[in-house]
Design a protein around this ligand. Structure first.
Ligand SMILES: *[C@@H]1O[C@H](CO)[C@@H](O)[C@H](O)[C@H]1NC(C)=O
Ligand SMILES: *[C@@H]1O[C@H](CO)[C@@H](O)[C@H](O)[C@H]1NC(C)=O
Length: 217
């Protein structure tokens, strides 16, 4: 999983937090423990310091945390649950490439991340982002890269519920602007029901399993 492979088909979205959305050719960064990633083995990572702080919706955020359930929080020390996103207002800064119940402890797939100042990576970002008019001459000082690689749902089992997704998120900044890229490398399953409905049941363990089987697109 160290090598960089380019998938045949994928969906890519770039979000720049100044009303900017773009679809185009993906840039997928090397990932995995062999390039220095830390593996997420629990619900969320420790706090990771961002210096300079990461500008995002008017705030400048000094830390982030990665959650197994496909989201990242900024300057937020509380443990959060994916189901909070089902509420009308999410009252904490977050970046959410894929919201679903996933499990970093499962044998299937892995979630890894790193904060890097590797000049090769930063130069690649600079060259790539220059195609966006807001980012001509963008010189990032760090890149935070996380991947959910071949992850199934939290209910993954090899025989019946064995679809996997891979997606990568990049967060990068020069101290005054921030750029976030989402790369959807492989999408085999989609569901939202486990997030939106399990609060209706008496605990997620009672949520009916049939409702959350994966679907092939
Ligand atoms: C920086 O990243 C490049 C491309 O991923 C890699 O080949 C190189 O080994 C990295 N350099 C260091 C010092 O980690
Ligand atoms: C699923 O398959 C993987 C790889 O073959 C294996 O390591 C793992 O134990 C299996 N998990 C289950 C729940 O059967």
């Amino acid at each position: 999983m160290a090598s960089l492979t380019r998938p045949n088909s994928f969906l890519r979205k770039a979000l720049v937090f100044q009303t900017f959305i773009s679809c185009g050719v993906a840039i997928i960064f090397p990932y995995g423990t062999s390039v220095g990633d830390t593996k997420l083995t629990s619900e969320r990572s420790p706090e990771i310091n961002l210096d300079p702080p990461f500008p995002y919706y008017g705030g400048k955020h000094q830390t982030l945390q990665v959650y197994e359930d496909g989201f990242i929080t900024l300057d937020d020390t509380q443990a959060r649950s994916a189901y909070l996103f089902d509420q009308l207002e999410v009252e904490f800064p977050s970046i959410v490439p894929w919201l679903a119940r996933m499990d970093a402890g499962l044998s299937q797939g892995e979630i890894t991340y790193r904060l890097t100042t590797n000049t090769t990576v930063l130069n690649e970002i600079s060259a790539y982002s220059a195609k966006f008019v807001e980012f001509i001459n963008f010189v990032p000082v760090y890149a935070f890269i996380a991947i959910w690689y071949n992850v199934g749902t939290a209910y993954y089992d090899n025989s019946t519920n064995n679809k996997v997704n891979s997606f990568q998120v990049l967060m990068t900044s020069d101290g005054s602007k921030s750029l976030v890229l989402f790369d959807y490398i492989r999408v085999e399953w989609v569901f939202f029901g486990d997030i939106s409905f399990y609060t209706d049941y008496d605990g997620i363990e009672n949520f009916p399993q049939f409702a959350i089987k994966t679907e092939v697109l």
